[in-house]
Design a protein around this ligand. Structure first.
Ligand code: ATP
Ligand code: MG
Length: 134
């Protein structure tokens, strides 16, 4: 486990870019943290680190955005349980070759694979975040 502090959105993106270098295909990363903590911001950095040029938009209304099969960005805020995710085919990518990054994964805890990586982001002031990687 390691704890990092960032003082701006850009600093979180830069940190997440470096974090992306530790990932390989098939990894599932759970992004924890409350509303506005910086989960989507962190995912933007992961995407940049993976060499994805598309803009990362919050997938709230789509549940999951697929970036060339390299990155699957989930927002499970509006899912009730794992069965719902399965029905929508959202769990099919967990065993794939891309990296899955999941916001609000606690809503689908019952269908998450074992050995997920976890990143917890905590808002400590308007511009400061504590980021815990485990
Ligand atoms: N150090 C920082 N790191 C990340 N974001 C920061 C930081 N300081 C300020 N911010 C701001 O916090 C907000 C984070 O929003 P973001 O959409 O990434 O959060 P989220 O955790 O995905 O929220 P949600 O649960 O609604 O999806 C942005 O407006 C960003 O500019
Ligand atoms: Mg978000």
């Amino acid at each position: 486990m390691a704890i990092y502090l960032t003082g701006s959105e850009q600093a979180t993106i830069e940190f997440a870019k470096k974090y992306a270098a530790t990932l390989s295909g098939g990894d599932v990363v759970l992004l924890e943290g409350g509303l506005g903590a910086g989960k989507t911001t962190f995912c933007k950095g992961i995407a940049q680190g993976l060499g994805i040029k598309d803009e990362i938009l919050s997938p709230t209304y789509a549940y999951m955005n697929d970036y060339d099969g390299k990155l699957y960005h989930y927002d499970c805020y509006r899912l009730k349980n794992g069965a719902e995710a399965e029905k929508l085919g959202l769990t099919d990518y967990f065993q794939g070759t891309g990296v899955c990054v999941i916001e609000w994964s606690e809503n689908i805890a019952d269908v998450l694979p074992e050995n997920c990586k976890k990143v917890t982001i905590r808002k400590i002031s308007p511009s400061n975040r504590e980021i815990i990687c485990e």
